[in-house]
Design a protein around this ligand. Structure first.
Ligand code: FES
Ligand code: FES
Length: 163
């Protein structure tokens, strides 16, 4: 039997009837058309599907849409400045530091970085590595991702945006 849910995603509230087994990742991608949340392993390993659920990172492939009734969700699409469309400092830093190649892993890394820099605005390289260790990238070798996080931290500390 379908469940009725009401969720806020990137500041917009949606109400839908969902199948009990529909994952949050599929809900975001197929019901709401928010394809920025990527689905890789579908069992919690790769981190490509990472979103923020009530302010904390969560694997949307391991979360059911029916579980998030009443929740406040942020996806990678919510990083841009809504009024101007300006990229978030984290997005800008990933571009400038060449923190992506194919981009499949990138939304997950950015959402994890968002939480990291909110909790710890000036992380050491070790802390960055530790926090990002739950996100897998097959292209970059990780060094440029770490450089991107360092750059984003610097920009945000200089007052370049919200986490
Ligand atoms: S698709 Fe969710 S962790 Fe890999
Ligand atoms: S940039 Fe290709 S998987 Fe990370």
């Amino acid at each position: 039997m379908q469940r009725h849910i009401r969720v806020t995603v990137n500041g917009t509230t949606y109400e839908r009837d969902v199948e009990p087994r529909l994952t949050l990742a599929d809900f975001l991608r197929h019901e709401l058309g928010l394809g920025g949340t990527h689905v890789g392993c579908e069992h919690g390993i790769c981190g490509a599907c990472t979103i923020q659920l009530d302010g904390r990172t969560a694997r949307s492939c391991l979360t059911l849409a029916a579980q998030v009734d009443g929740a406040d969700i942020k996806t990678v699409e919510g990083l841009r400045e809504p009024e101007t469309g300006q990229l978030h400092p984290i997005q800008q830093a990933f571009i400038e530091a060449h923190g992506l190649q194919c981009g499949f892993c990138t939304p997950g890394f950015m959402m994890t970085t968002l939480e990291l820099l909110r909790d710890n605005p000036s992380p050491t390289d070790e802390e960055i590595q530790h926090t990002l260790s739950g996100n897998l990238c097959r292209c970059t070798g990780y060094q440029n991702i770490i450089a991107a996080v360092r750059l984003a931290a610097k920009r945000l500390q200089a007052g370049g945006g919200d986490t």
